[in-house]
Design a protein around this ligand. Structure first.
Ligand code: B12
Ligand code: SF4
Ligand code: SF4
Length: 360
């Protein structure tokens, strides 16, 4: 079908949209909806967040601030955002058991398998090409996480869910254990209704149970205090005040989702790519701490864990070991890294040994 030039919804494109949604399901997306590009309201929330310095050292959040608020500049002539979600939670995972065992490394459930950026970007690219085949001359660009796109904002406007007090995008029949992705396109596809309801009500479980008290107010997260930021994005030391509350969370954190009552409706993922690799869903802290750099690189190939780097990995695990019971295995693992060439690692090892009464 030749592309139309009008900018308002084109009812002739309804069958194209229906086919697009069907194709998205075939590609493994759990939902796919369309919205326009007005993201003003969310841009204001972003401005406030940046003014309060809640982005910590994630300078890319302020660097691309203008682009985040003017998505049409990312794709010339763009009119619509196709917003999708993909579930990632592993079926029948004894998550709480792992989190409550202080000798086990707790790795965020989104990071146990293949990196979602890779999985989703490829499939979104295929979805965009499908649209191009249906609508000759259509331009599109696919995004997952990395580009300056306010993904939760678009998802809400497209009707994929509401933004909870924990800042997660939540769907009443699917909880929040899913990733988001988008296609920006110049095709004037019919838009869906946004999600204007808020289903948090008087609940505040996530705000009260966050181990590091990272929510200064509902719907606002201070990344400086968030374990997910501290263990993944942060390149420096973990401030001492947050080391004990981190417990055994060594890569990311799921607590504000685990406590959310809406996640009893979460849909499990059947994606082979997201299946846990190298038993990362059930490994001892001390075992992971003894990985060499070569083993780290080999075992995290294609995994989101690569982002923290080997030094960051050891830093996080040292904190976990400082919080673990002081068994001979734990003490000996920590002592083996006492003279590690990285000062960052040494600082955290020293702190961990101190927790077990080993000062020297
Ligand atoms: C930076 C970032 C982080 C930072 C900061 C998180 C944050 N809350 O800002 C850190 C490293 C801490 C982080 C952690 C996590 N992240 Co993250 N992160 C991002 C990223 C790259 C940008 C988020 C952003 O723009 N933050 C700025 C603030 C201002 O935006 P926001 O919190 O989303 O707030 C929005 C609303 O709250 C809204 N808002 C606030 N007040 C009001 C009021 C009204 C009336 C309205 C309408 C809107 C509104 O405005 C904002 C814009 O829409 C996105 C990907 C992307 N490009 O969007 C992924 C993303 C948000 N992260 C994701 C995930 C999975 C996680 C973790 C669960 C990973 C983990 N297990 O450790 C945790 C969850 C922590 C949490 N509770 O948010 C998913 C979320 C999926 C979902 N269902 O919501 C995303 C979308 C990535 C993806 N492609 O799937 N993340
Ligand atoms: S991810 Fe963890 S530390 Fe971060 S806000 Fe949620 S519960 Fe708090
Ligand atoms: S835990 Fe309660 S307040 Fe927090 S996001 Fe879920 S429903 Fe909303």
């Amino acid at each position: 079908m030749p592309k139309t030039s009008i900018e308002s919804d084109n009812p002739l494109l309804t069958p194209v949209k229906t086919a697009l949604v069907e194709e998205s399901q075939r590609l493994g997306f759990a939902d796919c909806r369309v919205t326009g590009l007005d993201i003003q309201q969310h841009g204001k929330a972003l401005d406030r967040w940046l003014a309060l310095k809640y982005q910590a050292d994630m300078s890319y959040m302020s660097r691309h601030r203008d682009l985040r608020q003017a998505p049409e500049q990312l794709v010339p002539g763009a009119l619509r955002c196709v917003s999708v979600r993909m579930n990632y939670w592993p079926p029948e995972d004894p998550t709480r058991e792992r989190l409550e065992n202080p000798e086990t490394a707790y790795i965020s459930r989104y990071a146990l398998g293949r990196d979602y950026h890779k999985v989703m970007r490829k499939r979104l690219g295929n979805l965009g090409k499908f649209l191009q085949r249906k609508l000759e001359g259509t331009q599109f660009r696919a995004f997952v996480d990395s580009a300056p796109v306010l993904e939760r904002g678009f998802a809400r406007e497209a009707g994929l869910g509401w933004i909870g007090k924990n800042t997660m995008l939540i769907h009443p029949r699917a909880g929040s254990y899913f990733f988001l992705g988008e296609i920006l396109t110049d095709a004037p596809l019919p838009v869906d209704d946004g999600f204007t309801d808020q289903h948090c009500g008087s609940c505040r479980a996530c705000l009260d149970l966050c181990p590091t008290d990272a929510f200064p107010e509902p719907h606002v997260l201070d990344a400086n205090r968030c374990i997910s930021y501290l263990t993944i994005e942060n390149r420096g030391p973990i401030p001492e005040a947050f080391r004990k509350p981190m417990g055994n969370r060594v890569f990311g954190c799921d607590d504000c989702q685990l406590v959310c009552p809406w996640n009893k409706f979460a849909q499990f993922s059947q994606e082979a790519d997201f299946k846990p690799r190298h038993q990362l869903d059930n490994s001892r802290l001390s075992e992971l701490f003894l990985w060499t750099e070569a083993q780290f690189l080999e075992r995290t190939e294609g995994s989101p864990i690569r982002r923290t780097g080997y030094e960051g990995w050891l830093r996080n695990l040292a904190v976990g070991l400082g919080n673990a019971p002081g068994t001979p295995e734990v003490i000996s693992a920590l002592k083996s890294r006492r003279k590690h060439p990285s000062q960052l690692v040494r600082i955290h090892v020293r702190w961990a040994l101190k927790q077990h009464g080993c000062e020297h």
